[in-house]
Design a binder for this molecule. Structure first.
Ligand code: SF4
Ligand code: SF4
Length: 244
């Protein structure tokens, strides 16, 4: 499971500041289990945004937003509602948000941050990757993750070393920032390149103390030498001394 939690409403409203209308997408997989993007949270978000004066053109909860095939098939009956919206707000993990941004020709905003649970998860079959940074930046980058798409995880733009679209570190890899540029251009959002992205908060990237009980951390604990046995406790003096 990938753990996500909703971004503060003020942050979401700031994303939507210039938009009159929005379509809300949720996920019946991990986001539903996380309590961040299941049917309940999507309905609540619709109410909050409607109360804030936005037109919600429609909502949909799809089984697994991390699958581009399921995103496309799940939205087949909602094409008009999506088309009528200025943007799509996605309540799920970073992989799901990236998959939606890659699947539809619409501006996509992240409604959640993906939280580092500690430990490892299996390799995902799609090309999207999330490093669970706890401060999802996909609003600024057209839905391409700068932390996983750029070899150096640069969040403030390209290093300048790319050659013919390939990364200077590995010629087999596309330059992540070129992917971001192309995505923003395709969505008419090149103005996002002027965003000043705050430096990453590395405390949010680390697993939280309460997450340290995953199998990986348990194995690390097993490897530690056992603690020395405690000294025997003194027996309580329950017999009264009798004077002769
Ligand atoms: S910015 Fe990237 S690493 Fe951070 S939560 Fe979003 S998708 Fe995941
Ligand atoms: S060439 Fe592109 S992907 Fe590679 S480190 Fe520089 S900005 Fe990142």
């Amino acid at each position: 499971m990938i753990l996500s939690e909703q971004k503060p409403l003020e942050e979401i409203q700031a994303y939507l500041e210039k938009d009159k209308s929005v379509f809300i997408l949720g996920c019946n997989g991990c986001a539903q289990s996380s309590g961040s993007g299941g049917p309940k949270q999507v309905a609540e978000m619709k109410d909050k945004l409607t109360a804030a004066g936005k037109i919600v053109t429609g909502t949909k909860v799809i089984d697994f937003l991390c699958s581009k095939a399921l995103v496309k098939s799940g939205l087949r009956g909602r094409v008009d509602q999506v088309a009528a919206a200025d943007s799509v707000l996605v309540l799920t993990c970073g992989i799901g948000i990236q998959a939606v941004a890659a699947s539809i020709n619409k501006i996509v905003y992240p409604g959640c941050n993906t939280v580092n649970m500690g430990g490892t998860r299996g390799e995902w079959e799609g090309s999207e990757r999330c490093n669970e940074c706890g401060q999802c930046l996909l609003f600024h980058t057209g839905g391409v993750c700068p932390i996983t798409a750029c070899t150096k995880s640069l969040v403030s733009g390209a290093c300048g070393g790319a050659n013919k679209g390939k990364c200077e570190i590995s010629k087999d890899r596309d330059c992540g920032w070129e992917l971001i540029y192309n995505r923003l251009k395709a969505k008419g959002q090149l103005n996002r390149l002027a965003d000043m992205i705050k430096p990453l908060d590395h405390k949010k990237i680390m697993p939280r103390p309460e997450m340290m009980s995953t199998p990986l951390y348990a194995l690390e604990n097993i490897a530690k030498p056992p603690a020395p046995p405690a000294p025997p406790a003194k027996p309580a003096n329950t017999v009264k001394e009798v004077k002769a």
